[in-house]
Design a protein around this ligand. Structure first.
Ligand code: HEC
Length: 144
């Protein structure tokens, strides 16, 4: 009897944890976005030790990530442009790795890295604008 109460409690906790996790919208985005970093680090390792399979596999994973629905966090023209560039550079990186072109792959990786930074700059500026607009409304004679 005691055992089944314990089991029921345990299962209840599991359900509770599962529900709270599902409600946290931010977690999947965080996990999803963080995967980019892991793949990039793996590419750098591949470049450093001249492992073309590792480079190609990781850059292909980056391309695939950018094609998933979860990638489209912002609906701006600039975000779409940065996403296109990202796919172009990661594809060029995969291609260079397949051709065993180490210099070409290194250059493509630098372009991918610049792209990470550029897109994040854009994301931060949009987020900043969203934070500032409500503060500006009263000075424009508008109420919120
Ligand atoms: C086209 C736009 C775009 C590109 C390109 C891009 N990112 Fe991101 N990245 C985002 C967005 C959007 C977020 C989420 C920001 C937020 O949570 O407010 C993000 C978040 C992240 C985070 C933080 C995840 C977290 O919450 O801890 C990391 C790490 C990251 N990106 C790595 C990279 C790396 C590495 C690259 C390049 C290989 C890259 N990103 C390229 C749009 C982009």
């Amino acid at each position: 009897m005691k055992r089944s109460i314990g089991l029921a409690l345990f299962m209840g906790m599991g359900v509770l944890l599962a529900t709270t996790n599902g409600e946290q919208q931010e977690k999947p985005v965080h996990t999803f976005m963080h995967a980019k970093l892991a793949h990039s680090q793996s590419i750098l390792e591949g470049l450093a030790v001249e492992n073309y399979d590792q480079i190609a596999k990781s850059s292909q994973s980056l391309t695939l990530l950018s094609e998933e629905a979860g990638w489209n966090v912002l609906q701006t023209a600039e975000y779409a442009r940065q996403s296109d560039l990202f796919r172009r550079h990661t594809k060029a990186l995969t291609e260079a790795a397949r051709k065993h072109n180490l210099d070409g792959a290194t250059l493509a990786f630098v372009q991918v890295t610049l792209n990470c930074v550029e897109c994040h700059k854009h994301v931060r500026s949009v987020q900043q604008a969203r934070l500032e607009v409500p503060d500006l409304l009263p000075s424009l004679g508008l109420t919120q």
